[in-house]
Design a binder for this molecule. Sequence first.
Ligand SMILES: C[S@@+](CC[C@H](N)C(=O)[O-])C[C@H]1O[C@@H](n2cnc3c(N)ncnc32)[C@H](O)[C@@H]1O
Length: 277
Amino acid sequence: MPRTPQMRLGADRELEAGARAHYDDPVYYTATYRRRIDDVQFYVTQASKHGGPVLEYGVGNGRVALPTARHGVSVTGVDLSRPMLDDLRARLADEPPAVQKRVVLREGDMRKVRLKKRFPLVFCPFNAALHMYTREDVEALLARVREHLTPGGELILDLSVPVMQDLLREPTRAYKAPRFRHATTGELVSYQEHFDYDRVRQVLFVSMEFTPVGHPERAWMTPLAHRQFFPQEWEALFHYNGFEVHKLSGDFYGGPLDRTSDVMVWHARVRRGWRPK
Ligand SMILES: C[S@@+](CC[C@H](N)C(=O)[O-])C[C@H]1O[C@@H](n2cnc3c(N)ncnc32)[C@H](O)[C@@H]1O
């Protein structure tokens, strides 16, 4: 069916909300991912090995950037979310001046921001690139990466591998989790998720639904939209956008990407002599 302008606008708003809402609450974000540390150690090791400075796309509230700066490497972080950046600024205020000086932040879209500076290392950690919903989005991101990498510099990004069972979930079914105390409100909440996979756009829409116990009238929902990229898509995207992949892992310890992997960790460089057509 041809899409009317109104339908297109609706679809764009759905994606816009799915790229922003989850990051409006940095306290909840921090509490939710506090046990996710393997990737942080990995990125800090990469940064320490290269020495930086690092450009991090989707820096968020500094889960990766802060430990990197504490290890003596300068980080320029770009992010769309003002709440995440404000939270990172508040965290930085508690750091020693040397660490504070190593972090520079820029609010903006990673598809668009031009810093007029080059870096030997560009990171795009923890699924930030799953907010690139179309080929044009990825191409714009990779063009910005090319503009910001020094010759021979390296891009490292990690993405979840689509899990077919997740994509097949019935959209009307609620997936419930045990009650927990919400980090931001301090209230006990019941929690459930709905998953709705759009297999044309290859976008998984997740509705995260919170209901304060005893107060259903105050329930709220946070949307999250993640593009589902199959590994061969990124291989092609890198290839046709001037990158060569020199390493691809299926975990944060350098293990191979195979059919059991749930993450793909790409290391890519700009191909020598490549020019956009
Ligand atoms: C999953 S978080 C990762 C944050 C941080 N790097 C970490 O590992 O915790 C994804 C981040 O990407 C940001 N983001 C999403 N779309 C973006 C865009 N178009 N440009 C810049 N940042 C974006 C979000 O605001 C969010 O902070």
